[in-house]
Ligand binder design. Structure first.
Ligand code: GLU
Length: 583
């Protein structure tokens, strides 16, 4: 069967180039072509073709969206190792078609019991440099991905757990070609030669990066996956694999960490309430804390609801200005209030209250930037905590799935910075997610909400998102990597689809622009460059930079699914028709 494809090869690349040439002119949607090939009724959009195919293989076998996502993410552990994997964590938001119930699953890493709030301070009490903190055992959080998959699979899996591992084991045994992007990431990565096992896997003997096209086998990962396939997640969190992880972390030749087998055995994934709010007659649902992604995204949308973005259109400097201003205000709140809800009370209701957002939006002028925004004062909440925004770097992966029964999900998974802590064990990389904590435990005598504490989850920006239409049916599943930029990437795409009525693929390809309560950052070498003078005249400080989102998603229109894959990366959306689609 050859599925219809949304591939950011020629077609999406062409869309992107067109976007560069004429920001306000959009090519005709490609829906007619999709119709001719049959309307897809199940679909997987992921960062690598082999991962999307693995997901599709599960759907064809009668698997659910959760089954497909697990199979796809296990393949990503192998083929996109720089971004995510079983040595890291994830967030997943899911809707069950039958009941309409939206649930979210938290597989975020935790700090080991022995970690102190001084984890990232040097002997003089000064914060470590970023890479001094990242490389080695110190930054490794207790991985959460597999426990989260176990929880989600118990709730929504249809195929046997073991079956979900087959594609990843097959590819790890047979080998896969190093993609151009993986090669580039290897070539650009710092400290990939810090540890022998990692160096031997990604580098030639002379220290040069293995070239694109190199056939890479990973028998150690195949063996690891075989054991977890047979014995369940416990085979990872207890016994030999757990012992090997703890040993690798604690005996690292640089920055040995404090993780124990008890930390691994004690890890718990958590089902949490998703955060949802209305936007333009739709309902947008996202992941709540410990990620800041959902709350910040919904705050921005809430503040923008009073502005007619549709009339302004995507090529308008005023639209970019308004979106940037709302983002400043939301990021000011994010930086003050959001952290792990198990450690710091999270005023989610107050932050999303319509009256509060209306008041905050009142600070936005149509013609002049408000400059750096201050966090809002919430009734009854004493803002005793503050934290600096530590710059999370850009790695991570996002995938979306809709199955034939109409169940849908968005999954964002991460090992934090590219190649995580650079430590490899049993064929997989360990995350450096703990560097998402604030390095300073306190500032001006006040403790940071996001400081390191034993067992705590570091604040994230990941924003897997589901959107429902006025009829209650799924409209979109979406997400992206990009550290704190994730929020802006997902926001732009949502506005592209919901306000500017663009097909998802074109909304993804729109040039990126982000404001994290500082400069307005515009994607370099795009039509946004021409907009800079108008934004500067409104008081924005502008910075051009690469903003390599990795947006993947699925859009549902009527009874047809349309995929979206970011032309900036090498992902793909694969869909098939499987008879009549669930209504
Ligand atoms: N560690 C980051 C977070 O949880 C994600 C990193 C990235 O997207 O590159 O928000």
């Amino acid at each position: 069967m050859s599925p219809p494809q949304h591939r950011p090869g020629l077609r999406a690349a062409a869309l992107f180039c067109l976007g560069l040439l004429a920001f306000s002119l959009f090519p005709a949607p490609s829906e007619a072509r999709e119709e001719a090939r049959g309307r897809p009724s199940h679909m997987v959009a992921a960062a690598h073709p082999l991962a999307a195919e693995a997901g599709l293989e599960m759907l064809r076998a009668g698997g659910s969206a959760v089954d497909a996502a697990i199979a796809a993410e296990l393949v990503l552990t192998l083929v996109e190792p720089q971004s995510s994997g079983i040595g890291g964590g994830a967030f997943l938001i899911h809707v069950e078609k039958k009941t309409g119930k939206v649930e979210s699953f938290d597989g975020r890493e935790t700090a080991p019991a022995g970690a102190s709030e001084r984890l990232f301070l040097d002997a003089d009490g000064q914060p470590l440099g970023f890479y001094d903190a990242v490389v080695g055992g110190r930054s490794v959080g207790v991985p959460g991905l597999l426990r989260m998959f176990e929880l989600a699979h118990r709730a929504h899996g249809k195929l046997p757990w073991k079956r979900l591992f087959a594609p990843a084991i097959r590819h790890a045994d047979a080998g896969f070609p190093i993609s151009k992007r993986l090669h580039r990431m290897i070539a650009n990565a710092k400290h990939l030669d810090a540890f022998a096992e990692t160096a031997a896997y990604f580098l030639n003997a002379d220290g040069t990066p293995k070239p694109a096209g190199t056939h890479l086998k990973n028998p150690a990962l195949a063996e690891t996956l075989r054991r977890i396939a047979e014995g369940g997640a416990a085979r990872f969190y207890e016994g030999e694999i757990a012992a090997a992880i703890a040993k690798t972390v604690t005996t690292a030749s640089r920055n040995p960490g404090v993780m124990t087998v008890a930390d691994l055995a004690g890890y718990r994934a958590v089902k949490r309430e998703p955060v949802c709010r209305a936007y333009r007659g739709m309902r947008v649902c996202a992941m709540g804390p410990p990620t800041s992604g959902g709350v910040t995204l919904l705050q921005i949308l809430g503040m923008l609801e009073g502005f007619d973005l549709e009339a302004l259109g995507p090529g308008s400097a005023e639209a970019v200005h308004l979106i940037a201003e709302a983002s400043r205000l939301a990021f000011a709140d994010r930086n003050r209030y959001l952290a792990d809800p198990d450690f710091v009370p999270q005023p989610v209701g107050a932050l999303l209250a319509p009256s509060y957002l209306k008041r905050r939006a009142g600070q936005i002028s149509r013609t002049k930037s408000l400059g750096q925004a201050k966090p809002g004062t919430l009734a009854g909440i004493v803002p005793t905590h503050r934290f600096a925004g530590w710059p999370e770097s850009t790695s991570t992966t996002h995938l979306s799935v809709v199955d034939g029964a109409g169940n849908a999900l968005a999954l964002t998974a991460s090992i934090e910075s590219p190649f995580g802590a650079r430590l490899m064990v049993n064929g997989f990389l360990l995350n450096n997610e703990l560097t998402d904590f604030a390095f300073l435990p306190a500032k001006a005598g006040r403790p940071m909400a996001n400081r390191v504490q034993p067992g705590k989850r570091p604040r994230s920006s990941m924003a897997p998102t589901l959107v429902f239409g006025p009829d209650g049916h799924l409209r979109l599943s979406l997400g992206s990597p990009g550290g704190p930029y994730i929020i802006g990437f997902v926001l732009k795409t949502l506005i592209g689809v919901l306000d500017w009525k663009l097909p998802l693929q074109e909304a993804i390809a729109l040039p990126n622009f982000v404001n994290r309560n500082g400069e307005t950052e515009l994607e370099a070498k795009t039509a946004l460059e021409a907009m800079a003078p108008a934004l500067e005249a409104m008081g924005h400080r502008i910075r051009f930079r690469d903003l390599p989102s990795g947006l993947h998603g699925i859009e549902r229109k009527g009874d047809t699914l349309f995929g979206g894959a970011d032309p900036r990366r090498e992902g793909i959306a694969l869909g098939e028709k499987i008879g009549k689609m669930a209504p």
